[in-house]
Design a protein around this ligand. Structure first.
Ligand code: ZN
Length: 315
Protein backbone atom coordinates (compact mmCIF):
# COMPACT_ATOMS: atom_id res chain seq x y z
CA UNK A 1 0.00 0.00 0.00
CA UNK A 2 1.34 3.40 -0.95
CA UNK A 3 0.55 4.77 2.47
CA UNK A 4 3.80 6.47 3.36
CA UNK A 5 4.10 10.20 3.14
CA UNK A 6 7.00 11.17 0.88
CA UNK A 7 10.21 12.31 2.53
CA UNK A 8 10.46 16.10 2.21
CA UNK A 9 13.28 17.54 0.12
CA UNK A 10 12.47 21.24 0.45
CA UNK A 11 11.63 23.75 3.16
CA UNK A 12 8.00 24.09 2.00
CA UNK A 13 5.59 23.42 4.87
CA UNK A 14 1.89 23.24 4.16
CA UNK A 15 -0.94 22.23 6.42
CA UNK A 16 -4.31 20.53 6.64
CA UNK A 17 -6.43 22.09 9.37
CA UNK A 18 -9.83 20.41 9.69
CA UNK A 19 -12.36 21.53 12.31
CA UNK A 20 -13.97 18.44 13.85
CA UNK A 21 -17.45 19.92 14.04
CA UNK A 22 -19.01 17.59 11.48
CA UNK A 23 -18.08 15.13 8.76
CA UNK A 24 -15.86 16.42 5.96
CA UNK A 25 -17.68 17.06 2.70
CA UNK A 26 -16.64 17.07 -0.90
CA UNK A 27 -15.61 20.73 -0.70
CA UNK A 28 -13.14 19.98 2.07
CA UNK A 29 -11.87 17.01 0.09
CA UNK A 30 -11.04 19.28 -2.85
CA UNK A 31 -9.25 21.86 -0.72
CA UNK A 32 -7.25 19.31 1.27
CA UNK A 33 -6.34 17.46 -1.90
CA UNK A 34 -5.03 20.70 -3.39
CA UNK A 35 -3.03 21.34 -0.23
CA UNK A 36 -1.50 17.88 -0.41
CA UNK A 37 -0.66 18.22 -4.10
CA UNK A 38 1.02 21.57 -3.56
CA UNK A 39 3.15 20.17 -0.75
CA UNK A 40 4.03 17.15 -2.86
CA UNK A 41 4.88 19.22 -5.95
CA UNK A 42 7.10 21.45 -3.83
CA UNK A 43 8.86 18.43 -2.32
CA UNK A 44 7.77 19.75 1.06
CA UNK A 45 6.05 18.65 4.24
CA UNK A 46 2.39 18.52 5.06
CA UNK A 47 1.29 19.09 8.63
CA UNK A 48 -2.10 17.99 9.97
CA UNK A 49 -3.48 20.21 12.71
CA UNK A 50 -6.82 19.51 14.37
CA UNK A 51 -8.68 22.80 14.97
CA UNK A 52 -10.88 21.66 17.82
CA UNK A 53 -11.03 24.85 19.89
CA UNK A 54 -14.79 25.19 19.99
CA UNK A 55 -15.71 23.18 23.08
CA UNK A 56 -19.39 22.91 22.22
CA UNK A 57 -19.17 21.90 18.59
CA UNK A 58 -15.95 19.88 18.40
CA UNK A 59 -16.32 16.13 18.83
CA UNK A 60 -13.61 13.51 19.14
CA UNK A 61 -15.57 11.25 16.80
CA UNK A 62 -15.42 13.88 14.04
CA UNK A 63 -11.68 14.31 14.56
CA UNK A 64 -11.16 10.58 14.11
CA UNK A 65 -13.45 10.57 11.11
CA UNK A 66 -11.55 13.45 9.48
CA UNK A 67 -8.25 11.61 9.76
CA UNK A 68 -9.78 8.43 8.42
CA UNK A 69 -11.57 10.18 5.54
CA UNK A 70 -8.44 12.05 4.47
CA UNK A 71 -6.41 8.85 4.52
CA UNK A 72 -9.11 7.15 2.49
CA UNK A 73 -8.84 9.96 -0.07
CA UNK A 74 -5.15 9.16 -0.39
CA UNK A 75 -3.78 12.20 1.41
CA UNK A 76 -0.61 11.64 3.44
CA UNK A 77 1.08 13.93 5.95
CA UNK A 78 4.40 13.87 7.78
CA UNK A 79 3.32 15.44 11.10
CA UNK A 80 0.01 15.37 12.89
CA UNK A 81 -2.01 14.22 15.89
CA UNK A 82 -1.72 10.62 14.74
CA UNK A 83 1.99 10.81 13.92
CA UNK A 84 3.54 13.30 16.32
CA UNK A 85 6.40 15.51 15.17
CA UNK A 86 8.69 18.33 16.29
CA UNK A 87 5.82 20.79 16.92
CA UNK A 88 3.49 18.49 18.87
CA UNK A 89 0.82 18.59 20.08
CA UNK A 90 -1.00 18.99 16.76
CA UNK A 91 -4.36 19.46 18.45
CA UNK A 92 -5.38 23.06 19.16
CA UNK A 93 -7.21 22.30 22.41
CA UNK A 94 -3.82 21.29 23.84
CA UNK A 95 -1.91 24.38 22.69
CA UNK A 96 -3.42 26.98 24.98
CA UNK A 97 -0.06 28.23 26.28
CA UNK A 98 0.94 29.28 22.76
CA UNK A 99 -2.27 31.27 22.26
CA UNK A 100 -1.97 32.86 25.69
CA UNK A 101 1.55 34.04 24.84
CA UNK A 102 0.25 35.62 21.63
CA UNK A 103 -2.66 37.28 23.47
CA UNK A 104 -0.26 38.70 26.06
CA UNK A 105 2.10 40.04 23.42
CA UNK A 106 -0.77 41.80 21.62
CA UNK A 107 -2.05 43.19 24.90
CA UNK A 108 1.33 44.59 25.96
CA UNK A 109 1.80 46.13 22.53
CA UNK A 110 -1.49 47.96 22.88
CA UNK A 111 -3.48 46.24 20.15
CA UNK A 112 -6.26 44.83 22.32
CA UNK A 113 -9.13 46.12 24.38
CA UNK A 114 -11.70 44.32 26.48
CA UNK A 115 -15.23 44.30 25.10
CA UNK A 116 -18.15 43.95 27.46
CA UNK A 117 -20.85 43.98 24.83
CA UNK A 118 -23.25 41.11 25.07
CA UNK A 119 -24.49 39.37 21.98
CA UNK A 120 -27.75 41.24 22.48
CA UNK A 121 -25.91 44.60 22.65
CA UNK A 122 -24.22 43.83 19.35
CA UNK A 123 -27.41 42.73 17.67
CA UNK A 124 -29.16 45.88 18.84
CA UNK A 125 -26.27 48.09 17.69
CA UNK A 126 -26.23 46.37 14.33
CA UNK A 127 -29.97 46.73 14.01
CA UNK A 128 -30.51 43.19 12.84
CA UNK A 129 -31.81 41.24 15.80
CA UNK A 130 -32.85 38.11 13.95
CA UNK A 131 -30.79 38.11 10.80
CA UNK A 132 -27.68 36.12 10.42
CA UNK A 133 -24.68 37.92 9.05
CA UNK A 134 -23.17 35.20 6.92
CA UNK A 135 -23.80 36.75 3.54
CA UNK A 136 -25.49 34.38 1.13
CA UNK A 137 -25.28 31.29 3.28
CA UNK A 138 -27.62 31.65 6.24
CA UNK A 139 -27.41 27.96 6.98
CA UNK A 140 -23.65 27.62 6.75
CA UNK A 141 -23.09 27.90 10.49
CA UNK A 142 -25.25 27.23 13.48
CA UNK A 143 -26.52 30.13 15.55
CA UNK A 144 -24.45 31.69 18.26
CA UNK A 145 -20.94 31.56 16.91
CA UNK A 146 -20.41 35.04 15.54
CA UNK A 147 -16.75 35.03 16.48
CA UNK A 148 -15.93 32.04 14.36
CA UNK A 149 -17.41 33.32 11.15
CA UNK A 150 -15.34 34.88 8.45
CA UNK A 151 -18.10 37.43 8.07
CA UNK A 152 -18.02 38.48 11.70
CA UNK A 153 -20.10 41.67 11.62
CA UNK A 154 -18.28 44.99 11.79
CA UNK A 155 -18.02 45.87 15.45
CA UNK A 156 -19.71 49.22 16.11
CA UNK A 157 -16.86 50.30 18.40
CA UNK A 158 -18.84 50.64 21.63
CA UNK A 159 -15.95 49.58 23.89
CA UNK A 160 -13.09 50.83 21.74
CA UNK A 161 -12.46 54.10 23.49
CA UNK A 162 -13.65 53.32 26.98
CA UNK A 163 -10.10 52.91 28.31
CA UNK A 164 -9.15 56.53 27.72
CA UNK A 165 -12.38 57.87 29.20
CA UNK A 166 -12.24 55.99 32.47
CA UNK A 167 -10.71 57.93 35.35
CA UNK A 168 -7.14 56.85 35.95
CA UNK A 169 -7.05 54.96 39.20
CA UNK A 170 -3.94 53.68 40.89
CA UNK A 171 -3.57 49.94 40.56
CA UNK A 172 -3.03 47.38 37.87
CA UNK A 173 -3.13 48.61 34.27
CA UNK A 174 -4.62 46.63 31.45
CA UNK A 175 -1.26 45.10 30.55
CA UNK A 176 -0.96 43.61 34.03
CA UNK A 177 -3.99 41.41 33.43
CA UNK A 178 -2.92 37.80 33.69
CA UNK A 179 -5.75 35.95 32.02
CA UNK A 180 -8.02 36.88 29.14
CA UNK A 181 -10.85 34.64 30.29
CA UNK A 182 -14.21 36.05 31.30
CA UNK A 183 -14.36 38.86 28.76
CA UNK A 184 -14.11 39.27 25.02
CA UNK A 185 -10.86 40.83 23.75
CA UNK A 186 -10.86 42.67 20.46
CA UNK A 187 -8.05 43.61 18.12
CA UNK A 188 -8.12 47.29 17.17
CA UNK A 189 -7.84 47.44 13.38
CA UNK A 190 -6.19 50.39 11.61
CA UNK A 191 -9.31 52.03 10.18
CA UNK A 192 -9.03 52.90 6.52
CA UNK A 193 -5.86 50.93 5.89
CA UNK A 194 -5.99 48.68 2.82
CA UNK A 195 -4.66 45.19 3.41
CA UNK A 196 -3.49 43.82 0.09
CA UNK A 197 -2.03 40.43 -0.63
CA UNK A 198 -1.23 38.26 -3.59
CA UNK A 199 -3.23 35.07 -3.59
CA UNK A 200 -1.40 32.38 -5.57
CA UNK A 201 -4.65 31.04 -6.94
CA UNK A 202 -7.05 34.00 -7.07
CA UNK A 203 -4.67 36.91 -7.68
CA UNK A 204 -4.48 40.23 -5.87
CA UNK A 205 -6.88 40.63 -2.96
CA UNK A 206 -7.66 43.87 -1.15
CA UNK A 207 -9.69 44.53 1.98
CA UNK A 208 -10.03 47.78 3.89
CA UNK A 209 -9.82 47.64 7.67
CA UNK A 210 -12.85 49.22 9.29
CA UNK A 211 -14.92 48.81 6.11
CA UNK A 212 -14.63 45.18 5.07
CA UNK A 213 -14.06 44.01 8.62
CA UNK A 214 -13.93 45.70 12.00
CA UNK A 215 -12.29 45.14 15.38
CA UNK A 216 -12.40 41.37 15.68
CA UNK A 217 -12.44 39.07 18.66
CA UNK A 218 -9.15 37.37 19.49
CA UNK A 219 -10.23 35.81 22.78
CA UNK A 220 -13.73 34.84 23.78
CA UNK A 221 -15.26 35.38 27.18
CA UNK A 222 -15.71 31.62 27.54
CA UNK A 223 -11.93 31.23 27.60
CA UNK A 224 -11.47 30.17 23.99
CA UNK A 225 -9.00 31.90 21.66
CA UNK A 226 -10.55 32.91 18.35
CA UNK A 227 -9.86 31.17 15.08
CA UNK A 228 -7.82 34.18 13.89
CA UNK A 229 -5.47 34.20 16.87
CA UNK A 230 -4.99 30.44 17.11
CA UNK A 231 -4.39 30.17 13.39
CA UNK A 232 -1.61 32.77 13.17
CA UNK A 233 0.02 31.57 16.40
CA UNK A 234 0.08 27.99 15.13
CA UNK A 235 1.13 28.78 11.57
CA UNK A 236 4.07 30.77 12.95
CA UNK A 237 4.98 28.19 15.62
CA UNK A 238 4.80 25.33 13.13
CA UNK A 239 6.82 27.13 10.46
CA UNK A 240 4.06 26.98 7.85
CA UNK A 241 5.26 28.54 4.57
CA UNK A 242 2.03 28.32 2.55
CA UNK A 243 -1.58 28.31 3.69
CA UNK A 244 -3.99 26.50 1.37
CA UNK A 245 -7.65 26.86 2.37
CA UNK A 246 -11.09 27.77 1.10
CA UNK A 247 -11.95 31.14 -0.43
CA UNK A 248 -14.48 31.66 2.38
CA UNK A 249 -11.46 32.63 4.48
CA UNK A 250 -10.08 35.42 2.26
CA UNK A 251 -11.22 38.11 4.65
CA UNK A 252 -9.77 36.17 7.56
CA UNK A 253 -6.47 36.30 5.74
CA UNK A 254 -6.61 40.09 5.77
CA UNK A 255 -7.21 40.00 9.52
CA UNK A 256 -4.41 37.50 9.99
CA UNK A 257 -1.97 39.67 8.05
CA UNK A 258 -2.66 42.44 10.59
CA UNK A 259 -2.17 39.99 13.45
CA UNK A 260 1.10 38.73 11.98
CA UNK A 261 2.37 42.28 11.70
CA UNK A 262 1.35 43.08 15.27
CA UNK A 263 3.00 39.92 16.56
CA UNK A 264 6.14 40.28 14.46
CA UNK A 265 5.46 37.06 12.54
CA UNK A 266 6.28 36.55 8.85
CA UNK A 267 3.32 36.00 6.56
CA UNK A 268 3.11 32.64 4.86
CA UNK A 269 2.17 32.51 1.17
CA UNK A 270 -1.58 32.29 0.54
CA UNK A 271 -3.50 30.01 -1.79
CA UNK A 272 -7.31 30.05 -1.53
CA UNK A 273 -9.42 27.46 -3.33
CA UNK A 274 -12.72 28.29 -4.99
CA UNK A 275 -15.63 26.87 -3.05
CA UNK A 276 -17.70 23.97 -4.24
CA UNK A 277 -21.40 24.84 -4.15
CA UNK A 278 -24.53 22.73 -4.28
CA UNK A 279 -26.88 22.66 -7.22
CA UNK A 280 -28.68 25.72 -5.92
CA UNK A 281 -25.45 27.67 -5.88
CA UNK A 282 -25.20 27.62 -2.09
CA UNK A 283 -21.98 26.92 -0.27
CA UNK A 284 -21.74 23.46 1.17
CA UNK A 285 -22.33 23.31 4.87
CA UNK A 286 -21.52 20.40 7.07
CA UNK A 287 -25.23 19.70 7.20
CA UNK A 288 -25.21 18.66 3.53
CA UNK A 289 -25.00 15.08 4.72
CA UNK A 290 -25.45 13.55 1.30
CA UNK A 291 -22.25 15.29 0.19
CA UNK A 292 -20.20 14.11 3.15
CA UNK A 293 -17.27 11.88 2.25
CA UNK A 294 -18.76 9.20 4.48
CA UNK A 295 -22.06 9.15 2.62
CA UNK A 296 -20.39 9.25 -0.80
CA UNK A 297 -18.13 6.40 0.18
CA UNK A 298 -21.11 4.39 1.42
CA UNK A 299 -22.77 4.94 -1.94
CA UNK A 300 -19.76 3.27 -3.52
CA UNK A 301 -17.95 6.34 -4.87
CA UNK A 302 -14.17 6.17 -5.01
CA UNK A 303 -11.72 8.97 -4.17
CA UNK A 304 -11.15 9.32 -7.91
CA UNK A 305 -14.90 9.82 -8.50
CA UNK A 306 -15.05 12.46 -5.81
CA UNK A 307 -11.95 14.38 -6.86
CA UNK A 308 -12.60 14.25 -10.59
CA UNK A 309 -16.35 14.93 -10.66
CA UNK A 310 -17.56 18.11 -12.28
CA UNK A 311 -18.88 20.20 -9.42
CA UNK A 312 -20.04 23.77 -9.54
CA UNK A 313 -17.80 26.32 -7.85
CA UNK A 314 -18.44 29.81 -6.63
CA UNK A 315 -17.04 32.42 -9.02
ZN1 ZN B 1 -17.98 46.04 23.37
Amino acid sequence: MASLAPTPTSSYRGRLAPSPTGYLHVGHARTFWTASQRARDAGGSLIMRMEDLDPERSKAAYAEAAIEDLRWLGIRWQEGPDKGGPFAPYVQSRRRAIYLAAWRKLLRRGYLYPCRCSRKDLETALGAPHERVTGGAPDAQPQGKLELLDDEPIYPGTCRNLQGKAPQLPGPTVSDIETPDGINWRFRVPDGEAVEFEDRNLGTQRFVAGEDFGDFVVWRRDGVPSYQLACVADDAAMGITEVVRGADLLKSTARQILLNRALGFDNPLWYHCRLVVDHNGRRLAKRHDSLSLRAMRQRGLTPMNILSAELPVEV
